[in-house]
Ligand binder design. Sequence first.
Ligand code: FES
Length: 148
Amino acid sequence: MAEAGDAPPRTVSEGPLPPERVCAGAELPERGRAVVWDVLLWGRPARAFALRFDGKVVAYLNRCVHVPTEMDWQDGEFLDIDRRWILCSIHGAAYEPASGRCVGGPCGRGKLTALRVEERDGEVYWYPSRDIAPVRFDEAPHPPPSAP
Ligand code: FES
């Protein structure tokens, strides 16, 4: 039994998860088409996207705050015609690209779920978290169907 003055129990820290490559930085032109990729959100399939805005790469889950659905009106196209806001193609919610904050429409005071990204040496990486994990296509292969 622990007594007052004993050292606290040691805990095992998992540490940060290693980054995953998204794309080459050159694939993200200023206020251009986003790169979209598959992730697992709480173990379920979801998609994320990265785009460049004011020179900085930002990334979010492709999931509207209003209704949890994908937002792009064409694959990788998230910005409005003036290339100023991220727009949800379903009911028109508008989000600030730099912060993911809702600025108009039915998303209320919500915010897009941001993924941590980093651009270094000409490459863009994202950092998995406890909630958002990479999809591993080479894991757990299905067994071949048995012969009749
Ligand atoms: S689902 Fe995005 S605004 Fe309604």
